[in-house]
Design a protein around this ligand. Structure first.
Ligand SMILES: [Zn+2]
Length: 273
């Protein structure tokens, strides 16, 4: 069985004591590709370093919306230079976060940084990994409205392959309407551990309505560990618990879901099989 984890923060210090074992366990569990997204210039550099030293690891580079303290012309230039590395397959994670950031000036700064990074992704013809979190963790609100407006405008300016596969809404936590808007502009939807939680029936209902060729599975390690590891440190080897749950929701076998999501990721990130 071939699996892919399209979102794991292996550069986090929570993996400092056993990073090599974590990657080995992932490979032993059938993971053929792991994508490590950057949070700012230093973590982007670390993601690239991990990709360089591990054949199954690939990197995305960018500034996360809650990590913009050091976003400047110089640090953005560093990220731009990293982006030409052959194992950098996307710009991310970038996006909008109104959960941690409440002040309107800072929210405007997030939107501006997002737009600059989207423009760069277009320039170098690479897809984007998008983070979105609403105020109070709602499923719909200003973050969704602002984000979709920006993404729709950006996607409509694209051509060719990138217009067809512009990116992924990672760890999707929006409502069905937002998911449909994302699908309408060809975005993939990233599904994480919370889909396995006991009380997440409404989340599963949304997943049930998504076309399988648009779903990616991701751990967001070290966060969001799926059942039966909920509350513990998450790691890429656990991604099959998410595949199992999607299989249940869509009445498929886990092997089929593993194959489909691995193919979807290869389509989006163009990293070969
Ligand atoms: Zn993340």
């Amino acid at each position: 069985m071939h699996l892919t984890d399209t979102h794991c923060h292996l550069d986090y210090n929570k993996f400092d004591s056993d990073r090599a074992e974590v990657i080995q366990r992932a490979n032993d569990a059938g993971l053929v590709r792991l994508l490590v997204p950057g949070l700012h210039h230093r973590s982007s550099k670390e993601a690239v370093r991990l990709a360089e030293s591990n054949p199954s690891v690939y990197a995305a580079v960018g500034f996360h919306p809650t990590d913009l303290e050091e976003f400047s012309e110089n640090t953005f230039q560093e990220v731009k230079e990293l982006a030409s590395h052959p194992k950098v397959v996307a710009i991310g994670e970038i996006g909008i976060d109104y959960y941690w950031v409440k002040e309107s000036g800072k929210r405007a700064f997030q939107r501006d940084a997002l737009k600059q990074q989207l423009a760069f992704a277009k320039e170098i013809d690479k897809p984007v990994v998008i983070h979105m979190r609403e105020e109070n963790d709602a499923w719909f609100g200003e973050a969704s409205v602002d984000l979709m407006k920006i993404l729709e405008e950006w996607q409509s300016s694209l051509q060719g392959q990138l217009a067809e596969k512009p990116g992924v809404l990672h760890s999707f936590n929006g409502n069905l309407e937002t998911a449909q808007k994302a699908l309408a502009i060809n975005f993939y939807i990233g599904v994480t551990g919370p889909v396995t939680y006991k009380n997440a029936e409404d989340k599963r209902e949304i997943i049930r309505q998504l076309p399988l060729d648009k779903i990616l599975i991701e751990t967001d390690s070290p966060f969001l560990a799926p059942v039966p590891f909920r509350g513990k440190r998450n790691e890429p080897a656990f991604v099959h618990h998410i595949a199992d749950k999607i299989a249940e929701i869509h009445s498929k076998s886990p092997a089929e879901i593993a194959a489909i999501t691995t193919a979807n990721a290869a389509q989006l990130f163009a990293w070969g099989d």
